[in-house]
Structure formats: structure tokens, C-alpha cells
Design a protein around this ligand. Structure first.
Ligand code: PMP
Ligand code: GLN
Length: 455
């Protein structure tokens, strides 16, 4: 209304607001009561907004936010060019709300094969604007005031605010590290749930558990036994599982990615979430999906149709072609899903070597494109500030990007408020980077180490 009003009506409305007791009459009408909704309380800070800006300002080598700096596979780039080359002009228009038909069809085919069941593309699959929106839809669809949602720490940061915005209460359970014997490097597999502690978190109020395997930030790939433990508790307490599997193809050392939806009693209570960004190294396309039973997906569709409605048609078309290609090459040596983890494992090993050489102890990840490292040896360069509200690792990461030009993410970003200081001597690096970028990171670390050791 105000936007359409001419100058005199606008002036009149501003004056009326002033005389009605609203706070400021300077240039814009302001309200004296809080304008923000209850849902926004305490969720205004976002680690990515903060650290992406720092990296853009100071970094020469950015191993912070998780995205590849190498190109996507050629077959996908070719499909991209084809999609925009002219003949398929309807790709510039709206498509089906819950997913472009070619994409939901191929996703149903592929995940049907992986889960060992027939999937209906129209009811068992829904496309979202990245896995981020899939997560948001799940929490909005299933979580009510008073519901509890179990979150495994360390966790991808958005789970906590999304649960809170839906009115729910996050309940945290930590992965606890156990140092390996014989001076070996720690592995993400050394971080485990305590079964009794996990069981104690389930109550009558528990609506859902969020599982993220392979896990961001540790790179932990939950074993079948660990998943069975979670699955048994879900079945026993009639709890839903929101399974974030965006790194499903990034698993190393011959480890197996087990889909929790494939375990006994879990299909009917699980929503599996994936991301084309991670699958095909195209994080900017923001294409994600949910796979699950219609009894759950129908509610996700309701949130989606009343918020985003649909994801960019052309991006969905290209991702569909990419999956079609991968479906035909499934398990073959030239499949991207076979080649990519091999290449990424080499990059992981290269970064592990760099970090070991300078004394930052890496936790070797079994999956994802992240690696968490212990920075204790470098603490003398960034002395602690007693009683600071900011966790040490956060100050360390900020100091590092400003003084060394190397960007990383503090591990505390993946813990809830009261637990942020539990493990505050670790930072997360992303190794989905070109050889030259990893080499540049190595140069920075070597030089830093030399400066430390040269009197
Ligand atoms: N889940 C996890 C664990 C992630 O690391 C990310 C980050 N990309 C997402 C979900 C969101 O994925 P997308 O970029 O497809 O929205
Ligand atoms: N998933 C990516 C990471 O963990 C990006 C997160 C984001 O930008 N929100 O780095």
C-alpha cells in the first residue's frame, strides 16, 4: 500500500504513525514493537556469511567454505551448453512444482536401485533448491512446538537454527573421540557415539533424529553397526530420521556408504536428502532432493508448494542428464561416481601430508571433502584471551586468514552454543581444490612453520 502511495498520502501515513506513538518519524515509518518474528530470535548469526566475507577480504588461499575450485565433469558442461543453446526453449519456463519430470524419473530409477525398492517419481521424490531447502522443508513439515530433534555433534550448522525456527528443541549428542594407539594419525572413525548416551536422548518428545553420513565437518562415514544402533532406537521410539547424505559419493579407502533408509524398519520413517552440488561439483546450481515414502513426502510438498514452489528448470534438466549418464555408467571405471572419490582421496592425502609436515595433526576423514586438524602446536602464535566469549578456534581461524592469507572454518561452528568450547583447538579445511591451490596452502604452512622455528 505504502509503496504505491503518492507523496502526499505517504506523508500523511508517516504523520499518522508518529501521532499514534510509533518510535521514529525521521525518514521512514518505524514501529516501536519488535518487528522480527519469534522464529528469528537467536538465529541471526551465520558462520558462512561471516567467514565467506573474511575469506573474500583477506585470503589468498581459500580452504574454508566447502566448494570445488575445479570444473565439473565435461559431460555435464556439454549438457549445460545444450540446455541453453536454443532448441529447448521451454527450459526457460516453469516446470512441475515438485521436480522437473526427467529429473524425478531418473532419481527414482537410481535411488530405487540403490535402496532395493520401486520408487514412484511423482510421490517418492521431490526436488528442492539445494539440500539446504530440503532440510528446511523437513523441519517445517515435521517439527512442532515442543518437539525434540536429536542432532549429532559436530553437525552441519543449519540444523540447529532450522529446528528452532520450526518451534522445536534440539537435543545434542556428541561424537566422542578416542585417541588411536601407536602414535597413529586419528581417523574420523575414532569419533563415536556412546550407545547408552544416545539411547538416553530419546524420549516421548523426540520427533526426529538428524543423521549426516558422511559427516560434515569430520568426514566420518557411519558404519553399518552404528547405523543399525540409530535405526533400532528410531523404530523403538517411533522417531523419524532426516538423513542428510549430500556427500554420499565421496567415500574413501574402500569404505561403504550405507543408506539408513535401506535398514529394517527405516524406509517408512526416513527422508534421504541429496545434493547435485556435491554429486557433480556444481554447488552454485543449488539443486537438491528428498527421497522417501509418500506419507512423509506429502507434507514436504506442502511446505515446498507454499514457499519456493520449484527449483530452476534448466538446472534440473542438466542434472537429470548428468544422472542419466551416471546411471548408464554405474559402477564402471569411467563413472564420475567412481573417478571423483579416487581423485578426492589423493587430494585428501596431499593435504594430510602438508599438515603432518608442519605439525597440524589431521583427523583423516573417511569421506566428504573436509578435513579437521588439531592446531595446538600453533597456539603460541595466537595467544588465548581469557574470558573471551569467542571460542579460541574461531579467533585462530580469523587470525590465520588475516595474517597468513589461509582461510579455514573453526570446528566450534559445528557445535551448539554451550558446547562450542568443548573442542576448540581444531579447524576444518576443504580439500576439494585444484592441485595448485593445495600447493599454495602447503607453501603458506611451510613458510609459517619456518618462521616459528627460526629464532
Ligand atoms: N548438508 C550438508 C552436510 C552440507 O555440507 C551442505 C553444504 N552444501 C548442505 C547440506 C547444503 O547443500 P546444498 O548446497 O545442496 O544446499
Ligand atoms: N556445505 C558447505 C560447507 O560446509 C557450504 C555451507 C554453506 O555455504 N552454507 O562448507
Amino acid at each position: 500500500m505504502l509503496r504505491r502511495a503518492g507523496p502526499s498520502l505517504r506523508h500523511f501515513l508517516l504523520e499518522r504513525n508518529c501521532s499514534a506513538g510509533y518510535s521514529s518519524c525521521s525518514s521512514e515509518a518505524k514501529m516501536s514493537r519488535p518487528v522480527q518474528a519469534r522464529r528469528l530470535e537467536g538465529v541471526d548469526k551465520n558462520i558462512w556469511v561471516e567467514f565467506v566475507k573474511l575469506a573474500a577480504t583477506y585470503s589468498t588461499v581459500n580452504l574454508g567454505q566447502g566448494f570445488p575450485d575445479f570444473p565439473p565433469p565435461d559431460f555435464l558442461k556439454e549438457e549445460f551448453t545444450r540446455a541453453f543453446s536454443g532448441e529447448k526453449h521451454m527450459l526457460h519456463q516453469y516446470t512441475r512444482a515438485f521436480g522437473h519430470p526427467p529429473l524425478v524419473k531418473i532419481l527414482a530409477q537410481l535411488f530405487g536401485k540403490l535402496l532395493g525398492r520401486d520408487l514412484d517419481p511423482m510421490t517418492n521424490v521431490m526436488v528442492t533448491v539445494g539440500a539446504y531447502q530440503a532440510l528446511f522443508c523437513c523441519f517445517q513439515a515435521f517439527v512442532d512446538e515442543g518437539d525434540e530433534v536429536i542432532i549429532i555433534e559436530p553437525f552441519f550448522d543449519c540444523y540447529e537454527p532450522m529446528v528452532k525456527m520450526a518451534g522445536g528443541t534440539p537435543v545434542f549428542i556428541p561424537l566422542r573421540p578416542k585417541a588411536p594407539k601407536d602414535g597413529k594419525l586419528m581417523s574420523s572413525a575414532d569419533w563415536k557415539l556412546d550407545p547408552a548416551e544416545l539411547a538416553s536422548k530419546f524420549s516421548e518428545r523426540t520427533k526426529a533424529i538428524v543423521l549426516n553420513s558422511p559427516n560434515n565437518p569430520l568426514g566420518k562415514v557411519f558404519s553399518r553397526e552404528e547405523l543399525e544402533l540409530i535405526a533400532d532406537l528410531c523404530v523403538k521410539h517411533d522417531v523419524l530420521c532426516i538423513s542428510d547424505e549430500v556427500y554420499e559419493w565421496l567415500v574413501y579407502d574402500g569404505k561403504e556408504h550405507v543408506r539408513i533408509a535401506s535398514l529394517r524398519g527405516m524406509w517408512d520413517r526416513t527422508v534421504s536428502i541429496g545434493s547435485a552440488g556435491k554429486t557433480f561439483s556444481v554447488t552454485g546450481w543449488k539443486v537438491g532432493w528428498t527421497v522417501g515414502p509418500n506419507r512423509l513426502l506429502q507434507h514436504i510438498r506442502t511446505v515446498h508448494q507454499n514457499s519456493v514452489y520449484h527449483c530452476a528448470t534448466a538446472a534440473q534438466e542438466v542434472v537429470a542428464q548428468g544422472f542419466q549418464r551416471e546411471f548408464e555408467h554405474y559402477g564402471k571405471p569411467d563413472s564420475y561416481f567412481v573417478q571423483m572419490p579416487k581423485e578426492m582421496q589423493q587430494k585428501r592425502d596431499q593435504l594430510v601430508q602438508s599438515l603432518v609436515a608442519v605439525g597440524m595433526k589431521p583427523i583423516v576423514p573417511e569421506g566428504t571433502y573436509f578435513l579437521v586438524a588439531d592446531i595446538s602446536e600453533f597456539k603460541s602464535d595466537v595467544p588465548d584471551v581469557p574470558n573471551s566469549d569467542e571460542p579460541y578456534d574461531s579467533r585462530f581461524a580469523k587470525w590465520m586468514v588475516k595474517n597468513k592469507g589461509l582461510a579455514a572454518i573453526p570446528l566450534s561452528a559445528f557445535y551448539c552454543g554451550p558446547h562450542k568450547n568443548n573442542y576448540n583447538s581444531f579447524i576444518r579445511f576443504c580439500f576439494a581444490k585444484e592441485e595448485a591451490t593445495l600447493k599454495a596452502a602447503d607453501d603458506i604452512l611451510q613458510k609459517w612453520k619456518l618462521e616459528k622455528t627460526t629464532p
